[in-house]
Design a protein around this ligand. Structure first.
Ligand code: KG4
Ligand code: ZN
Length: 406
C-alpha cells in the first residue's frame, strides 16, 4: 500500500483546492485558490465563471500541492476527488483532471462526497497532527483516534445538515438526522450581508462586526418547525429521492433560515437602516476595489445596524446550538463535530464549546483553514475507502445533488 499518500482534489463550488495527505491523518500540503475576487461583484457564486476559474487554476494548484508536500506523482498511492454535491460544471473540472491523472499514472481513483469531506476535516485532525504549511513533519502522531460515533453538524453556504457518523468495519456510515428545509445557514449570512451592503462572502463580515453590537437588541426567534404547516401535510422527497424523506425526520431537528433573512430585510426597511454601507460598498466593488476592511465597514454602519448584525448572529447560532445538542441527546452521541464554512464563526465556537462543557460532552471543530472548502478533507475522507479498496471507475461523473447517508 506504499506510504499511503493520497492527492485530494476539490472543485465543487468556488475554491479550487488540492492537498496531499498521508494515511488520512497527516496533511503534507493543502493549497486553496479562492475565486472570491471573481464572484465579489455579483454578491454570490456565478456557476459559469466558477468553471472557467477552476479550469485556469487546477493545474497550478495541483502542482503547488505536490511541490509543497515535497512529493512527485510517482510517490502517490491514489487520487481522490469530490464527485458531488456542488455545481455540475465546477465538479467536472476536478473530476476530469483527477481521472486523467489517475489513469495516466496507473493510480486508483476515489470519489468523495463533499459533505463527508467536511466531516473528515475534523476526523483528520483527530487522527493526527496537521503539518504547518512549511513546517517539519511531526513524528509519533497519535494513531487513529477518531473512531467513535459522533453527531456531525455540517454548516456551510450550501448545507445545514445533521448526521450521525458511525465507524463500521473501518469505514464510516452516515445517517441523516436533520437538515434545513430551505436556505443553509451560510446562505442566510451571505444574503443578510448583501442586503446590508457588506462584502461577499458575508459570514466573515458579520462575524467580525457582530461583537460591536447588542445581540439582544432585536428579538429574532425561530419558531419550532411545524411539519404540517410547513409542508402542507405532504411528505415530499428531496431531489433524486435517494435520501430519507423529510417527513421521516424528527421536526425538532429541522432548520429553516429563509424566514430570518426576510425578518432582517423588514427590520432594515422599517428602521431606515439601508445605510451608507449599502450604497457605498457595491460602488467600491464595481470600481474594482475590494470592499472595506472591517474598520472601514464599522465606520459606515450606524449602531442600529451593528445591533441588527449581532442579533442576527445570536439568533442563528442559538438555533443551531439548541437543535444540535437536542439531536446529540436524542441519538445518544457523546461528541459533536461542527464543520463547514460557518464553523469558522467565533460566536458559534464559543457557545458550542461552553454548552458542551455544561453538558459534559465533547465538541470538536476543524482548524479555521479546514473549516471552509479545502482538499485535505477530501484526501482524508478517501483514506478509509482506499484501505477498503472502494475505487471509482472511468465512468465516474459529477453528481450535483449527491446525497450522504440514507
Ligand atoms: O464550506 P464553505 O467554504 O463552502 C460551502 O460548501 O458552502 O462555506 C462557505 C460559507 C459561506 O456562506 C460563508 O459566508 C460562511 O461559510 N462563512 C462564515 C464564516 N466564514 C465563512 N459564516 C459565519 N461566520 C464565519 N466566520
Ligand atoms: Zn463546503
Amino acid at each position: 500500500m506504499g506510504s499511503g499518500l493520497i492527492l485530494g482534489i476539490e472543485s465543487s463550488c468556488d475554491e479550487t483546492a488540492a492537498a496531499v495527505v498521508e494515511r488520512g491523518s497527516r496533511t503534507l500540503s493543502s493549497v486553496v485558490a479562492s475565486q472570491i475576487a471573481t464572484h465579489l461583484r455579483y454578491g454570490g457564486v456565478v456557476p459559469e465563471l466558477a468553471s472557467r476559474e477552476h479550469l485556469r487554476a487546477i493545474v497550478p494548484v495541483v502542482r503547488a500541492a505536490l511541490a509543497e508536500a515535497g512529493v512527485g506523482l510517482g510517490d502517490l498511492d491514489a487520487v481522490a476527488v469530490t464527485s458531488g454535491p456542488g455545481l455540475a460544471g465546477a465538479l467536472l473540472v476536478g473530476i476530469t483532471y483527477a481521472k486523467a491523472l489517475a489513469f495516466a499514472q496507473g493510480l486508483p481513483l476515489i470519489a468523495v462526497n463533499h459533505l463527508e469531506g467536511h466531516i473528515h476535516a475534523v476526523l483528520l485532525e483527530e487522527r493526527g497532527s496537521v503539518v504547518a504549511e512549511s513546517g517539519p513533519l511531526p513524528h509519533g502522531a497519535p494513531e487513529d483516534d477518531g473512531t467513535e460515533a459522533a453527531l456531525a453538524l455540517v454548516v456551510s453556504g450550501g448545507h445545514t445538515h445533521l448526521y450521525l457518523a458511525r465507524p463500521v468495519d473501518g469505514t464510516w456510515r452516515y445517517s441523516l438526522i436533520g437538515r434545513t428545509l430551505d436556505d443553509a445557514a451560510g446562505e442566510a449570512y451571505d444574503k443578510v450581508a448583501k442586503l446590508l451592503g457588506l462584502g461577499y462572502p458575508g459570514g466573515p463580515w458579520i462575524d467580525g462586526l457582530a461583537r460591536f453590537g447588542d445581540p439582544l437588541a432585536v428579538p429574532f426567534s425561530f419558531a419550532q418547525i411545524k411539519m404540517k404547516a410547513h409542508l402542507g401535510g405532504r411528505a415530499p422527497r428531496t431531489k433524486g429521492a435517494k435520501t430519507a424523506p423529510i417527513a421521516e425526520l424528527d421536526p425538532h431537528f429541522l432548520f429553516s433560515f429563509s424566514g430570518i433573512k426576510t425578518a432582517v430585510l423588514r427590520y432594515v426597511e422599517l428602521h431606515g437602516l439601508r445605510t451608507e454601507a449599502a450604497a457605498r460598498v457595491p460602488r467600491m466593488v464595481e470600481a474594482g476595489r475590494p470592499p472595506a476592511t472591517r474598520d472601514e465597514a464599522l465606520e459606515l454602519c450606524p449602531q442600529g445596524t451593528l445591533d441588527l448584525i449581532a442579533s442576527f448572529q445570536h439568533a442563528v447560532v442559538g438555533d443551531l446550538l439548541r437543535k444540535t445538542f437536542a439531536a446529540a441527546e436524542a441519538v445518544d452521541a457523546e461528541r459533536i463535530l461542527v464543520t463547514g464554512g460557518v464553523a469558522a464563526n467565533r460566536e458559534l465556537r464559543e457557545r458550542f464549546t461552553a454548552e458542551a462543557a455544561r453538558r459534559g460532552i465533547r465538541v470538536a471543530f476543524p482548524r479555521l483553514a479546514l473549516s471552509t472548502d479545502n482538499a485535505a478533507m477530501i484526501a482524508a475522507a478517501a483514506w478509509p475507502r482506499f484501505v477498503a479498496g472502494e475505487f471509482a471507475g472511468a465512468e465516474l461523473t459529477a453528481d450535483p445533488s449527491l446525497v450522504l447517508g440514507r
